[in-house]
Design a protein. Structure first.
Length: 105
């Protein structure tokens, strides 16, 4: 595993990876069909999630992708897509161990 690992509320292990400039969760422990979903969907569907104990690190590709999106959202939020802003928020929630806030209708 090369990314940050997290455990969902059901006890399943996910690896957070970068795919096409999006932070995604890859279900690690299931022998069935691979499950991949965006970090935002992972938190909404299976959250809260907790990062694994010390020693987890973002892989260089994951770190670079997250830094690029964070820089875009921070420096020029008007050009960031809603999905990019959600990715930054999802990553921040994961890193801080904060539960997802319900979206307003």
């Amino acid at each position: 595993m090369t990314g940050v690992t997290a455990t969902d509320r059901h006890g399943r292990t996910w690896e957070l990876i970068a795919m096409d400039s999006t932070i995604c969760g890859l279900l690690v422990a299931d022998a069935g069909t691979p499950t991949v979903m965006s970090a935002a969907d992972l938190i909404d569907t299976h959250g809260p999630v907790q990062l694994s104990p010390a020693g987890s690190r973002l892989s260089p590709g994951s770190c670079d992708a997250l830094v690029d999106v964070v820089d875009l959202v921070a420096s020029d939020p008007e050009t960031a897509t809603v999905e990019q802003i959600r990715e930054v928020a999802a990553a921040a929630r994961l890193l801080l161990g904060v539960k997802s806030v319900p979206r307003s209708a």
